[in-house]
Design a protein around this ligand. Structure first.
Ligand code: CAA
Ligand code: NAD
Length: 302
């Protein structure tokens, strides 16, 4: 019944108040879209400096949204941005942020121990009915969820970069995730204007299980000297219709995030050739060439 009624932008979504931990690429995008769809959103990060950067990133992204939504109407553009921002609070206290949240979305660094530590502390601070999700790209949700005592109210909610543009959310369900939790996550996804798909808790879920080996295979072409990143990008855009080539996408996603994904999978499944670490990727990350976010990756953005 809830499914039948939840199409009209989540009027029936039980999730109204959202705490998002991590205000990077993903956290700020999720926060923007949740606030734009009427949720009360608190975003948490480690320092005021990071928070200020995230606020600027959200405003910049909203600027792109309003140009399309209200062309030639600067007043409507400004009103919309102010309205969305009035639904958003950015701060540094995670425990305070989760106290009144219906949903906590974790979007911090892709590291199991750090995520577990965070969730263990949030589990004590949040009310018992609060649902917890991780936006992890590659870590099994169960490995994160067992840091808490709420496996029935735990799941994966995997968004895509850039969140304001990409229409998909993958919902990951544990065997313990209740129907009520799952339905709440599904209607939240719809309330954000996203299409949801469901996947079991398997490495990479659907999209990354296909996308990450593809991007790594592109890097191996370069490592073997078979082709240049530039030619591979042109080839995949014009020959396969992808919006970005694999190297553009690697820089866009962040080379550190991709390395975390590959290293994690390699550790779990060392004999799988698809997850073999890449020398070029390791070298670029060691040099802090992480892609667009640091101004240099496979390409230069300065
Ligand atoms: N915020 C708001 N709007 C944005 C935006 C942002 N951050 N980024 C782009 N847009 C809007 C633009 O304003 C533009 O709007 P109009 O059509 O009204 O002009 C539209 O999106 C297209 O943007 P651009 O014209 O700048 O550039 P583009 O046509 O090349 O599109 C793109 C940009 C949408 C990012 C496109 O290149 C694309 O789809 N790339 C692939 C992205 C992808 O594969 N993402 C998944 C990564 S994997 C992942 O996320 C999972 C993981 O766990 C790692
Ligand atoms: P990012 O590096 O842009 O941002 C991570 C943020 O988390 C940083 O601002 C950092 O300061 C903050 N942080 C780290 N530890 C924290 C803590 N204990 N408390 C509060 N804040 C903390 O990373 P991102 O690209 O936004 O990725 C975040 C998560 O989303 C990762 O799990 C990643 O795998 C996943 N993801 C990434 C993408 C992508 O394309 N980059 C896509 C989907 C999912």
């Amino acid at each position: 019944l809830v499914r039948a009624f939840s199409t009209s932008l989540g009027r029936h979504s039980p999730i109204k108040t959202v705490a998002i931990i991590g205000s990077g690429l993903m956290g700020s995008g999720i926060a923007q879209v949740a606030a734009a769809n009427g949720h009360t959103v608190t975003v948490v990060d480690q320092t005021d400096e990071i928070i200020n950067k995230a606020t600027a990133a959200i405003k910049k992204s909203l600027g792109r949204v309003v140009k399309k939504k209200f062309p030639d109407d600067p007043k409507a553009q400004q009103t919309y941005i102010s309205d969305v921002m009035s639904h958003l609070t950015l701060q540094t206290d995670a425990k305070a942020a989760v106290k009144s949240a219906d949903l906590v979305i974790e979007a911090i660094v892709e590291n199991l121990e750090i995520k577990r530590k965070l969730f263990a502390s949030l589990d004590k601070a949040a009310p018992p009915n609060t649902i917890f999700v991780s936006n992890t790209s590659s870590i099994p949700i169960r490995d994160i969820a067992t840091a808490t005592n709420r496996l029935d109210r735990f799941g994966g909610l995997h968004f895509f970069n850039p969140v304001p543009v990409m229409k998909l959310v993958e919902i990951i369900r544990l065997p313990e995730t209740t129907d009520e939790t799952f339905t709440a996550l599904e209607s939240f996804g719809k309330a954000l204007g996203k299409k949801t798909v469901q996947c079991k808790d398997t490495p990479g879920f659907i999209v990354n299980r296909l996308l990450v080996p593809y991007m790594l295979e592109a890097v191996r072409l370069v490592e073997r000297g078979d082709a240049t990143p530039q030619d591979i990008d042109v080839a995949m855009k014009l020959g396969a219709g992808y919006p970005m080539g694999p190297f553009e996408l690697l820089d866009y996603v962040g080379l550190d995030t991709t390395k975390f994904i590959v290293d994690g999978w390699h550790q779990r499944d060392p004999d799988n050739p698809l997850y073999r670490p890449s020398e070029i990727l390791n070298k670029l990350v060691a040099e802090n060439k992480l892609g667009i976010k640091t101004g240099q990756g496979f390409y230069s953005y300065n």
